[in-house]
Design a protein around this ligand. Structure first.
Ligand SMILES: *Cc1c(COP(=O)(O)O)cnc(C)c1O
Length: 437
């Protein structure tokens, strides 16, 4: 392909991607769509600049306007989360976690977190799994206990594990609450004393639930004992892809230093401007949005359950957040079902169930699928649409309808949901391709 053809081809593929996302049902729990204002920020000149250091104390010139935006971002984040100290420079959730490991631990320290099959993220993974905590920060990762039925951290068994570590002379230095499968608030308050008595730093990874916490519908980890809370700004939050650390003044110096010069040189200033706009949107629309996200998750889980799917945690109403898990072992495996649904224009992702590894299943062909309702909520869907989506999923997975009929019906259904909601621009197209050439 010539240079000119490659250039044209890339732009064509971007446009095709946009067209596809106007026609499909986006149910990936870690994804969302941002407003046109946020996307305008992403296309701005901020994306060409550096601003190493702290606003007002930069080691780069040309930061006059960048500083104003960053200070505004910090201010809005403080208000949204009632936080004393905020560092908005980490460029993603992974980098925010690296900042925390650098600020609060030394290689060889013990960290407790959920294992990956139990909903933990690769950033809290062990060294032998290539996880960030183990392989990059040299931490000795030990697991919090999960109650499989409740789909939440088991308080008593976790206390036993902590005591055992203390008895072995391996007292933890850090505990990370939070997860990538996060249907119910974690028992931070219930375990805070156990950890604090041992001098353990309490972290909370809110990558998935940042928008729900800002919207006031999930737990409030800083009030429940967390030393820091890490965000991704693009899962349930309204931003572009970026990260943030929320904490207390007593930890400010360590976190600032771990971020720069530790983890970032440039900190994606165009994204930072987008996050600032997203914070303003959260302040204005966050509560209504977050309430609807949770309502939609419960409604979609219920409608799938009524069609015969084995949605986990039925006795607790399936979820209190944006996300829930479905055991699909009756119909195949999570990997093949992910593919089948994608052919019908329904985008979900495969996911390990907590007991999958013990039963011999692995990540490529796990027993579950994970569904989230942030993005479908942002494009204006409510309870009745969740029932329609459940029916499309049922036709594909349970009734095994073949051919293009479901895809055609999904595309038709999606025509009515083209605009983005919970933002300052009314009637704006969510998946509009913005050309500035
Ligand atoms: C997604 C996720 C992250 C990583 O976030 P990025 O912003 O993609 O780097 C970290 N922790 C948890 C629990 C997550 O689910």
């Amino acid at each position: 392909m010539s240079a000119r053809e490659s250039y044209n081809q890339t732009l064509r593929l971007l446009q095709e991607h946009h067209r596809w996302f106007q026609e499909n049902i986006p149910l990936i729990a870690s994804e969302n769509v941002s407003s046109l204002a946020v996307r305008e920020a992403l296309a701005s000149d901020f994306g060409h600049r550096y601003a190493e250091g702290w606003p007002g104390e930069r080691v780069y010139a040309g930061c006059t306007y960048i500083d104003k935006v960053e200070l505004l971002c910090i201010d809005l984040m403080k208000k949204l989360y009632n936080a004393e100290f905020v560092d908005v420079r980490p460029i993603s959730g992974v980098v925010a976690n690296l900042v925390a490991y650098t600020a609060f631990t030394e290689p060889g320290d013990v960290m407790m977190a959920l294992s990956i099959p139990c909903g933990g993220h690769i950033t809290t993974g062990k060294r032998r799994l290539g996880g960030t905590a183990g392989a990059v920060s040299g931490l000795d990762v030990r697991y919090l206990a999960l109650d499989y039925k409740e789909l939440n951290i088991d308080i008593d068994r976790t206390k036993v594990r902590v005591q055992k570590l203390v008895d072995e002379g391996k007292s933890p230095r850090l505990v990370m609450f939070g997860a990538s499968v996060f249907p119910f608030p974690h028992p931070v308050k219930e375990l805070a004393e156990t950890f604090k008595d041992l001098g353990v730093i309490i972290g909370y990874d809110a990558a998935h639930v940042a928008g729900l916490i800002a919207g006031g519908v999930f737990q409030d980890p800083l009030r429940e004992g967390a030393d820091f809370v890490n965000l991704s700004t693009h899962k349930t939050f309204f931003g572009p892809q970026h990260g943030t650390v929320l904490s207390w003044n007593k930890h400010a110096d360590k976190i600032k230093r771990a971020t720069f010069p530790g983890m970032v040189s440039n900190h994606h200033l165009h994204a930072l401007a987008g996050v600032t706009i997203a914070c303003a949107e959260m302040m204005e629309f966050g509560r209504d949005y977050a309430q609807q996200v949770v309502k939609n998750a419960k409604a979609l889980a219920q409608a799938l359950h009524e069609r015969g799917f084995e949605v986990l945690a039925e006795h607790k109403g399936f979820t209190e957040s944006h996300v829930f898990l479905v055991d699909v072992t009756q119909y195949g495996d999570g990997g093949s079902i992910e593919e089948t649904l994608e052919k019908a224009n329904i985008i979900i992702n495969r996911n390990l169930l907590p007991w999958d590894i013990k039963e011999g299943r692995h990540f490529m062909h796990p027993g579950g699928i994970r569904l989230g309702t942030s993005e479908v909520t942002r494009i204006g869907m409510k309870g009745s649409e969740m029932v329609e989506i459940a029916e499309f999923i049922s036709r594909t997975v349970i009734k095994k309808e073949t051919g293009d009929k479901v895809k055609k019906d999904v595309t038709e259904f999606r025509r009515d949901y083209q605009n983005i909601h919970y933002c300052f621009e009314e009637n704006s197209e969510a998946y509009k391709y913005i050309s500035i050439r």
